[in-house]
Design a protein around this ligand. Structure first.
Ligand code: SR1
Ligand code: MG
Length: 416
């Protein structure tokens, strides 16, 4: 049976009944707005003029398709992820006020003075160091939840406690299977028919299968599980004369409901796949005469160069932080050579997962505004770019040696 869903009125009664929450916001002065735009949750922002809270409650169905039933137990994955991030990557996690298991909801800090990254990317706004800090976040979670930072039995217990099969199934279907077959969830601009049909080639399916198998079988660390640019808050950069200091946290990571023990490369790859989609949009806009092409105050050449630098910035943030933490690793057979080997392998699979994400966001069920908000030729151009770059990554991910290869490969797509 489903849990009773809150609405903008009942949220106030709910907070009034919880002394830990009504100590944070003044119930008599609160306003409540439901602002969720994810597929699986309601999200209420509760503000009293000075303080705020965010309440996230799972829906028993997909928001845009109520006939598609989904477990409400994903709230437990959300809670585990928030708890782990608060412990291991505190600077990058929203403050967590706990889980209400009966109501299938969690309460966290209201971050509405931050901005969601994807709309900023779509609006050609540069967010310095957001990629670096997302890389650091991934490293901190990866180290502390894996055999690098914990002893073997602790990892195995944590992995057993973190199973999330229903939500993993969504990922397995939507990312790793459906785009490579004729499926009712898929749709695309007919101008890229040739590229979509070419994804059904046996060689491409084999590459997609290698990635799906890695996702299914490599339970090495607790993942975020859905680390796209709508799961990342970025921050105002400060005034030119008083910029946000480099050592401040430039991101807060939210929406942990897809979390489980999986390959660290999956989180990096989802992030990179979304950088690739932002690039596809940029490619399409700069080669079209759309009025969106150049926004005031933003030289598109600079923005394009910045976008291309994000693979390296995020990887360096990840690698440096991971190596720093791994100097204290608990498993003494993990030599320096093994750390190097693990990082190289993670880099290659990250590039592969980036391809899987870019493909499914272009032709599969869960599309993104980077491409969907374009129309006509620009949309077709962006789709063509995304599919073409993703195909090159899918075919070549196993041969990549360094992160600059990812940028080169994507840059090469633009020139084709
Ligand atoms: C039914 S859920 C569809 C997609 O939305 C989520 O954000 C995940 O990316 C999932 O694949
Ligand atoms: Mg989400």
């Amino acid at each position: 049976m489903s849990t009773e869903l809150l609405n903008e009125k009942t949220v106030i009664d709910y907070i009034a009944g919880r002394s830990d929450l009504n100590a944070v916001v003044n119930v008599g002065k609160t306003t409540v707005r439901e602002v969720g735009d994810g597929n699986l949750n309601l999200l209420f922002l509760v503000q009293d003029g000075s303080n705020g809270l965010a309440i996230k409650q799972t829906l028993p169905y997909v928001r845009s398709d109520h006939s598609w039933k989904v477990t409400e137990d994903s709230i437990f994955a959300e809670a585990r992820g928030l708890e782990a991030a608060s412990e291991y990557a505190k600077a990058y996690a929203p403050r967590y006020f706990g889980l209400d298991a009966d109501r299938r909801l969690i309460v966290e800090e209201d971050l509405s003075d931050w901005q969601v990254w994807r709309p900023n990317l779509n609006g050609r706004r540069v967010n310095r160091l957001a990629a670096r800090d997302t890389g650091r976040f991934i490293a901190e979670m990866a180290y502390h939840t894996s055999y690098f930072g914990k002893d073997e039995q602790e990892v195995q217990r944590a992995a057993a406690d973190s199973i999330n099969p229903e939500l993993e199934q969504i990922t397995e279907d939507l990312i790793f299977t459906e785009p490579y077959f004729d499926h009712v969830h898929n749709s695309w601009d007919s101008r890229v028919d040739d590229q979509v049909l070419a994804l059904r080639d046996d060689k491409i399916r084999t590459q997609a299968a290698k990635l799906k198998y890695e996702f299914l079988t490599n339970g090495e660390a607790l993942l975020h599980g859905d680390l796209h640019t709508n799961s990342i808050f970025v921050r105002n950069q400060g005034a030119e004369e008083d910029p946000l200091p480099d050592e401040a946290a430039h991101v807060k990571i939210f929406d942990y409901e897809f979390g489980f023990y999986g390959p660290v490369a999956f989180d990096i790859g989802i992030l990179w796949g979304n950088f690739l989609l932002a690039q596809a949009r940029e490619f399409a806009l700069s080669s079209s005469d759309s009025s969106l092409a150049v926004e005031e105050g933003n030289h598109d050449g600079d923005f394009h160069a910045w976008l291309l630098s994000l693979y390296e910035e995020s990887w360096q943030g990840f690698e440096q932080e991971f190596r720093r933490l791994a100097s204290h690793r608990v498993n003494r057979i993990f030599t320096d050579g093994f750390v190097d080997h693990w990082l190289s392998r993670t880099l290659r699979y990250s590039a592969g997962f980036a391809a899987s994400e870019a493909i499914r966001r272009t032709i599969g069920w869960a599309k993104v505004s980077d491409i969907e908000s374009l129309d006509g030729k620009a949309k077709a151009d962006a789709s063509r770019f995304a599919l073409s770059a993703a195909r090159r990554l899918l075919e070549g991910f196993e041969g990549l040696d360094e992160v600059a290869d990812v940028r080169r490969l994507v840059e090469g797509t633009a020139a084709r």
